[in-house]
Ligand binder design. Sequence first.
Ligand SMILES: O=P(O)(O)OC[C@H](O)CO
Length: 406
Amino acid sequence: MTARHRPLPPSQLTWPWRESCHLRLQAGGMRFLPAIRTAMQSARHSIAIELYLAASGALFDEWLRVLGERVAAGVQVRMLLDAIGCDELRSEDWQRLDMAGIEVRRFNPLQWRHPLSALVRDHRKLVLVDGERAWVGGFCLNDESDPRIAGDQAWFDGMVACRGPVVDDFTELFEQSWALAGLGPISDAMRWRLHRHTVPPLPATEQPQGWARVQAARGGRNNPMLRTLVHHVLRAEREVWLCTPYFLPPRSLHKALLLAARRGVDVRLTVPGASTDHAVLRHAAQHLYQRLLHAGVCIEEYQPRFLHLKAARVDHWCTLGSFNYDRWNSSWNLEANIEIIDLDFCRQLHGLQARLSGDSQRIDPERWRRRQRWRRWREQFWYWFGTRLIYQLRALRRLALPRRKD
Ligand SMILES: O=P(O)(O)OC[C@H](O)CO
């Protein structure tokens, strides 16, 4: 059987809404890292981890030790690691994973014959323990994410700890990408096409409690995660809050934010300040500030450290996960988020928003309008570069990747 005729894994991206889910927001590495570690240490039969970024260091060593102990106790441990996101993992650490008995698959290794296929990355951040507990969010397995190692400069991130029926859906999602990675490099796996799918409606209930839905994406023009957020922003009644480390939104989202603010919705945006790992993306994002401020959007830049959290809240609907809502993520990446309708969770996220706001600098529209000209030029250049580059690469990818004929 040739590679082109191998059976393909299913490609479900949105699951139905599930009720009776237990969902807890764990904001900051001091919250989610010990919780995940403790759960892994007590795993009875399986651990599955899907990560975009893992890097050699003290945190990786700790996870390797914990996972190795579980393998020795008879637990099946699988790690799906993005081949480019994990390029800071030293070769001896890849070997140590093997020696510990951990089943490892690299997502989409670079192939010289199809260099543009490298644009498709598995950007998800997902941990599953015994098929009973799941963590989803923005976590990276690197020392910068651990406040015990990086101290005050640790990246600020968040995960949602989930129990209940939604965990089965995350397990299915993991199995899909595990199978996809098993097919080899993505130029072949691009045959794993998006099925047409309908997005299930919101549950009709007066007192929404414990409702959650898994939503995934794998790039392309019909990105369901982006569509869902835009759908909610366009229908927002009171509030919209978006928090992202890289604010370079696709046009549809940018427009939806402007429209919501202009019709009187309280639209707030929290983004990193000077402390960021990609300064040029911050400059590009700032190119959009003036129009947003003019429309009435409140923009706050978080000061203490790099803000790596990816979350959104529209009235009582919340979403949190790996999706940065930037053009790059929308176009190319495999992503995983959880959507939540739960008053208690909504309060938790609102509390986090207030905490971040207390540590942020609000952009004053009048002062921003009067900023120096060279700063405007810098913003324009990086915005043009970031957005044009992505369009060029998208066009090139269409030419470069083999199309499925059947
Ligand atoms: O792509 P993200 O959001 O996981 O962030 C990863 C870091 O930015 C890599 O520099």
